[in-house]
Design a protein around this ligand. Structure first.
Ligand code: CA
Length: 222
């Protein structure tokens, strides 16, 4: 999944990026409200972590602008401690959840998983496709109960296809959701990752829809 982190505190922004990358996400960053507004309007993020106190344009105004333009990305707002009015304003402005600073990174990751679950219409972070089990909480994949080691990119591709299970995902969509903005993108390598995933997890799990893209078939093993 691809996440935008909007935070002007450079140290916290770095910690957030590292934690989200370790959780298997591609991460872009913005350090002020104008950059955040632009990125949110132009890039298809799966979720945004949005600090409210930002230079140039505050987070609430960014969020209101996105919602007014129909940008429906799930947003987790970071508020000041005891800032109950910020929480209310944030939720009214279209935030999906909030977290007061300072916070534990584990809690931020759990809240983010929850909003991604809701966005994907999933009841759980433990996904089963026949013998294949994908644990989005621990970033672990197993087949017939045996752990299957995946590279970071293989995991990102699989996790996004699983997030959209049953839907055909075009190569451009997949590229946009597994690579960060500054990454040297090459959609040909996606084929390589899909080929490796098939070898490791079974031929039938990921279907190629010619000319359209890939689809993780929830009933591949029925
Ligand atoms: Ca701030």
């Amino acid at each position: 999944m691809r996440i935008l982190v909007v935070e002007d505190d450079a140290r916290l922004a770095r910690q957030l990026a590292q934690a989200l990358q370790a959780a298997g996400h591609a991460v872009d960053g913005a350090a002020d409200g104008e950059e955040a507004k632009f990125l949110g309007e132009t890039e298809p993020y799966d979720a945004v972590v949005l600090d409210l106190g930002l230079p140039q344009r505050d987070g609430l105004s960014v969020l209101r602008a996105w919602r007014a333009e129909g940008v429906a990305v799930p947003v987790l707002v970071l508020t000041a401690r005891d800032g109950w009015h910020e929480k209310v304003e944030g939720i009214d402005a279209g935030a999906d959840d909030y977290l007061a600073k300072p916070f534990r990174m584990e809690e931020l990751l759990a809240r983010l998983r929850a909003i991604l679950r809701r966005a994907g219409g999933r009841a759980s972070d433990l996904l089963r496709f026949g013998p294949v089990e994908i644990d989005l909480r621990r970033n672990q994949v197993s087949r017939e109960g045996v752990p299957v080691p995946l590279t970071a990119h293989e995991y990102k591709v699989l996790a996004y296809l699983a997030h959209r299970a049953g839907h055909t995902v075009s190569r451009s969509e997949l590229t946009e959701h597994v690579y960060a903005q500054d990454f040297d993108r090459d959609s040909n390598t996606l084929e390589v990752f899909v080929g490796r995933l098939r070898r490791k997890l079974g031929r039938d799990l990921i279907v190629t829809e010619r000319g359209l893209g890939y689809r993780l078939d929830p009933h591949a093993f029925d």
